[in-house]
Unconditional design. Sequence first.
Length: 732
Amino acid sequence: MSSLPSGTVTFLFSDVEGSTKLWQAHPEAMKTALARHDTLLRATIESRDGYVFKTVGDEFCAAFPTALAALAAALAIQRALHAEDWLGGGTPPLRVRMGLHTGAADVRDGDYFGATLSRVARLMAAGHGGQTLLSHATQVLVQDDLPHGVTLRDLGARRLRDLVRPEQIFQLVAPDLPAEFPPLRTLDAFPHNLPVQLTSFIGREKEMADIKRLLPSTHLLTLTGVGGTGKTRLSLQVAADLLEEFADGVWLVELAPLADPALVPQAVATALGVREESGRPLLATLTDYLRAKHLLLILDNCEHLVAACIQVAEALLRACPHLKMLATSREALGITGESIFHVPSLPLPDPLRLPPVETLTQYEAIRLFIDRAVAVKSDFTVTNANAPAVAQICHRLDGIPLAIELAAARVRALSVEQISKRLDDRFRLLTGGSRSALPRQQTLAALIDWSYNLLTAPERALLQRLSVFAGGWSLEAAEQVCADVGQDSGHPRDVVLSSEVLDLLTRLVDKSLVNAEDQDGETRYRLLETIRQYARDRLLESGEGDQVRDRHLQYFLQLAEEGEIQLRGPQQMAWFKRLQTEQDNFRIALQWSLGTEAGLRLAGALADFWVWWRGEISEGRRWLEEILAQTAGLGRTAARAKALCAASWFQDDSTAKRSRYEESIAIWREVGDQRGLALALHYLGLLELEQNHLAVARQWNTESQELWRAAGDAWGLARSLLVKVDLAVHMG
C-alpha cells in the first residue's frame, strides 16, 4: 500500500512461539528460518493489501483496510508456515501465534498508537503457536463471508491482561490446520486475585519495561511517587503481564482501607487464602505457607502502615527464597535489599509550543484526558480551537493521572476552556470522582490530604512554607526562608530550625511531596504546582503566610543585589545562570513587594539582568513602571533614584528619558550617593551623545569619570571611557 490505512483498521499481530529457546538450541539454523519466515509474512501481508508498520525481533505488526483482508492474510500465513519443509532446512518448525482486532487508532510518523493496539497485542499473547485468535469486533465483520470450510470457534469471554472488560474470543479453524491447543494464556488461566478495571490503561510502556527489567534482580521493588500518579494501576498491569512467570500466582494485598497496623498480616493471609492457626503467630503461618512458593505479592498503599509493612516484608523475604514483592507507597520502606522505582507524572506537551493536533496524542497525558473525556461525553474531540486548553489543563495539573481524570470528568458540564480557566480553584473544581473509588481518590483535595495527614508537625510546617517558592529552590534558600528565626515560635511542635531543614526536606522528598533534581552539580528542589497550591492554602490558614513571604522577599532581594555586582565580575556567567534559574522567584517576590521600598530595590537590582543579559524589555518596563507608580508617596530615596534611572533605559521617548535621568540625578545629589550619581550621569551623557549634543554629553561624561575614578569603580570607569571614545570620534 502507498499509505497506512486510517479510520477503522483491522490489525494483525504475530509472534514466533518459543523463539528464545529455538535461538539457544539452533543459533545458525534460526538465521535461515527467520529469514524465510520474514519473507513469507511480508509477501503474504502485502499481497492482501496489508501494511507492515513495525517489526520487533520476530514479531510482525500489520494493518489492513478491511477485516476480510486481514483474515485472508492470517489464513494464508498459517497454511504456508504449516506446509513449509522446516526440517529439510535443518530447523525445527516455526509455530506462529496471531491476533486480529478491529478498531480506531491514531496514525503518526508511520506508526499507530492507542488502546486498539494494546488490545490486539494482548489478544495475540493469549494464544499458542499455530493458533489465530479474533476479537468480537473482527468476528462480526467477517462471519458472513468466511472462506469455504473455514469456521470461527467461540472460546468464550476471557479476561485479557489489560485488566479491563472481558473479550469474547474466537479461534480461526480450517480443515487443513491444527485446531486443538492448550487453554488460552488469559488471566483466567493463572492463579491470582487481580481485580477487573473499569477503564483502559493508557501509556506507561517505558515504565512497565523498566519495572519488568528490575524485578528479576531484587526481592522487593517499591514503586514510589506523589499521590495520583497511578502507582497501583501500574503495579497491577505489570503483574498481569508477568503471570506466567509465577507458578503459584500473583496476589494483591490492598492496605488502603486499613487503619490498624496489626491487621497487615491478616490482610496478607486473606489475600492468599491462608487460615490462622490457633495459638500460633499468623506471621509464622504465612512464612511456612510461602516458604516453597514461587509467587508475586503486591503490597498496595503502604505509606500509612510503613512500620508494619517493613516487619511483614522482612520476615517473609528472609524465609521465602522464591518470593517476590512489589510494593506501592508514597515513600520507600527502607529495608535491606529493597529497590526503588519512582513513578513519574505522564509526559506532557509544552503548552507554549504545541505540536499539530494530529500528533498531540503522542503525549500520554493528552491521551488519558481524551480517553476519559470521551467516556463521559461521547462526541468529545480535540480540535485546533480547544487543543491549547487541553494542553494547558494537563500541564497545570502536572501530568498527574488522577487529577487529569477528575478534570476530564468535568467536560460533561464545562468546555475545556472553562475547565482551564477554573484551575486556580482546582480543589473545588476537581471533585466528583467515581463513587466506587476510595474516598481519597474522589477529590483532588482528599488525595493530598491523605499524604499531608501522615506528616509530622515540622514536616507540615516546612511543606507549607516551601509553597512561597516558584520554579524551585536551593537548600540554602530553604534554610533562610523556611526556618524559624528563634527556637520558640509559640507552637514548639511546629518549629523548623535551620539545622533541621535538610533532614525535613529529605523526608519530604522520600515521601514524594518534593521533587529533587540535579542541576549543574547542585540539587534543586521543587513542588508540583498542585502540591504547591495545596501547601499554600495550608500556609495561609496557619496565619504565617506574610512572615514567610517577607523572608522570601528578603532572600531574593539580597541575591539580586549581589547578582547585580557579580554580573560585572569574573564570575558573571555563573551568576547569569543562577539569576536566570531564579526568575520565577524574582517575579513572585516583585509581586509581593509592590508598593514597598524593597520592591524598588529589587526592580532596580534586576534592571541590568533584564536589559543587557536577557533582553526582556517589555517585562522590565512593566515591573519598573508599576513599582514606581505604587511607591510615589514613599519619598525621594536612593532606591527610587536607581529605579528611575533603570526605567529610563526602557523609554522610547527621548524627552521622557531625559526627564527621568534628571530626576534620578537630582535625588542622587540629595542623598549623597556618588556611585549612583555617576551611573545616572553616564546614561544621561550617552543620551545627549545620541542626540548629537556633544558639548553637554562631554560635560556629563567627564563628571561621571571623575566620580567613578574617585570611588575606585573600575567597571564604571571603563564604561565611561568607552563613551569618551565615541565622543572623540564624533568630535573628529
